[in-house]
Design a protein around this ligand. Sequence first.
Ligand code: KIV
Ligand code: ZN
Length: 503
Amino acid sequence: MKMGIKIFDTTLRDGEQSPGVSLSVKEKLEIAKQLAKLKVDVIEAGFPIASPGDFEAVRSIAQEIEGPVIAGLARATKKDIDRAWEALKVATKPRIHTFIATSEVHMKYKLKASPKEVLDRAVKAVKWAKSYTNDVEFSAEDAFRSDKDFLCEIFEAVIDAGATTINIPDTVGYATPVEFGGLIGYIKKNVPNIDKAVISVHCHNDLGLAVANSLAAIENGAQQIECAVNGIGERAGNTALEEVALTLNTRYDYFDIDTDLNLKEIAKTSRLVSHLTGMDIQPNKAVVGKNAFAHESGIHQDGVIKERTTYEIMDATTIGLKENKIVLGKHSGRHAFKEKLKELGYQLAQEELDSAFKRFKEVADKKKEISSFDLEAIMEDEISQVPELYQIKLLQVTSSADIATATMQMVVDGKVVNESACSEGGPVDAIYDTMNRITGLDCKLVNYKIDSVTEGKDALGEVIVKLEHNGELFIGRGISTDVIEASAKAYNNAINKILASGN
Ligand code: KIV
Ligand code: ZN
C-alpha cells in the first residue's frame, strides 16, 4: 500500500508564537481559508485558553473552515480541555491536542512533578478529551530530551486511554537527524500498541535541522509532520511546511511518499502568511525565497536557457509562482473586479466587495495598471482593517533635510480634530508624533518596514508597523502609491487595532 504523510499545520498556533507576531481573528481566518485551499490535513487553529482572542479565532475557524481537521491546543488539565472543546465543538472534524512535558528538566523544574504524576495527568487528560471527541492527540513536550523508556511507557498508556495520534516534539531543536530518526524507530518498536495511533513529529529549528529531522522521522515511521508556513514559530521556528512538501515532491524517487497538498497554493500561502504576520522571507530561503528560482551567474543562466533542469531541480510553476500580470485598469468596473478576485481565489460577500472595490478605485486612480500582486495587496489590506474609530481625513507634510512638519485632520469617535507636530527625525516621525498627540495613546513604534508591492515608479508601497502598547504588540499595515500616506495609514491601522482590543 502506498505511504501517505499527514500535514499538520501549526502556523496559527506555534507560528503565531513567533516573537512580534500577533494576528487578528479576521487575519487568522483568512490564513485558515488559504490553508484549506492548500489542503493541509490538520489546521492547529490556536490555544483557546491562552486568551479570549485565541478562543475566538479557534471558534470561528472551527465554524467556517471545511475540509481539514481543526485542532485546538490544551495543557493536560480539565480546564484547558474544557475551554478547547468549547471552541472546537462546532467543527465538522474537531481534534483536541493535549500536552505535558516528559523530560527530566521540565518535570523537575517546571512541573515540579514526578514521572508517575506526569503519566497519571497525561492519561487523565486524554480520557477527559476523549469524553468530548474521538480525535485526540497527545504530545510529550520536550520528548527528544526525555528518557526513551519513559516516553514509551507514557505513549503506551495514552494510547490505551484513547489517544489517536501521539506526537514526539523536539521542543528545543536539539536533535540531529540520525538521532531523531533513531528515536522514532525506537518508539515504533517499543510501544506495543503503537499501531493504534498515528505517529507524529514536531521539530523546532534552533540548529537549522527541523526539516532534516522531520524527514529522518518519516524514514523511520512518522506518519504526520507538524510544520508551519515559512517555518515560523517559537524562537528559530518550526519545520517549514513548503520545504517538507517540496522535498517529498522533488525527491519522490527516493521517498515514494504522497501528501494531499495542493502544491500550486504554496507560493500564495507563503506570501499571505508573510504579509499578515509582517515576517519577511529571507531572499535565499529554500522554495519560497525571492531568489529560489533566480539565476545570477552567466553560466547558470546559459544552462537554464538551454535546458531548465541543468540548474533547476524544481519548476516554479509547481508551487504556483506565476507571472505578475496586469489584470485590471483605471476604467475596470465592479464586475471585472469581482471576476479577477474570484480567479485569484477570493470569494467576497456584497459588503466586503463594496469596500474592496472602493479601495481598488482609490489605487487605480493613481496607478492606472493594476497587477495580480497589487490586487493581493489590496485584499490583504482589507483583511487587516478593523472598525475605524480614528480616521485620517487630511494629511499635509513639509520636509527639508533638517526638519519635517506634519499637519493632520482626523475624525476621532465622530469629532474632527486638527493637530500638527515638527520633528528632526523626518516626515514619518512628524506624522507619528501628530497622531500620538491626537490619540493620546502611549504607544511605542518598535518596527517600521517599507516595501514595494511591484516594480516601477508608480508601484504600490506597503508599510508595516509594529506598535507596543501596554506590553502587547499590534501590527498595522497601509498601502498607497505615496509612501508617506502608506506610513500614516499603517500607524492608523495599528492604533485602531489597539482600540478594538480594549488593551
Ligand atoms: O514544541 C512543542 O513541544 C510544542 C508542543 C505543545 C507540541 O509546541
Ligand atoms: Zn512547538
